[in-house]
Design a protein around this ligand. Sequence first.
Ligand SMILES: N[C@@H](CCC(=O)N[C@@H](CS)C(=O)NCC(=O)O)C(=O)O
Length: 203
Amino acid sequence: MIKVHHLNRSRSLRILWLLEELGLEYEVIRYERDAKTNLAPPELLALHPLGKSPMVELDGRLITESAAIVEAICARHGSRLVPPRDSDAYITHMELMHFAEGSAMTPILLNLYTGRLGDAAAPLQPRIQSELTSHFSYMEQMLRPSGHFVVDDLSAADIMLSFPATVALRMGRGADFPKLAAFVDWMNNRPAFQAALTRGGGD
Ligand SMILES: N[C@@H](CCC(=O)N[C@@H](CS)C(=O)NCC(=O)O)C(=O)O
């Protein structure tokens, strides 16, 4: 049985969505963010030194890092969500799988943290905002006419990019990036995504 250590309102929802799309059986162990600090509870630290979510137990092996988890699950159960390794699409798939956490999250997190500094953050803001815009614009540009990022059907990269795409909309950038807005809308209407939301506790 696959076990998902799931933190509410987190990137971990992507893993539940993936498992629902693949029709796999899994157990969800839910953790709640601290009401004051918004941080993960210490129970997650007992599992791994970083104490972050998602963490997944697959065949008894604890796996961290969303993209590694998605790749590991797809390797065993979801090869249809990854392009053939010898294809050009596979390179795009790898680029976007790494971009989702390795690139897109940097300006998103800088914006979140410096937002708490008020005026003290003013000198950093132009660069953070231009980086946010360039990363969201890149995603907008990569969306194909079919509404997917890599091939003309759901792929693992779509699932990884759903988090930064959702953040773009939460930041009120939907009008600037209509293809991203349509992608998030499509995701929200997908039964597997709705099932993932329910299994994750609804938020
Ligand atoms: N790059 C990691 C990031 C993991 C991460 O930062 N998870 C957040 C949830 S979105 C978390 O656990 N935050 C709670 C905390 O830092 O206390 C991944 O993609 O899995």
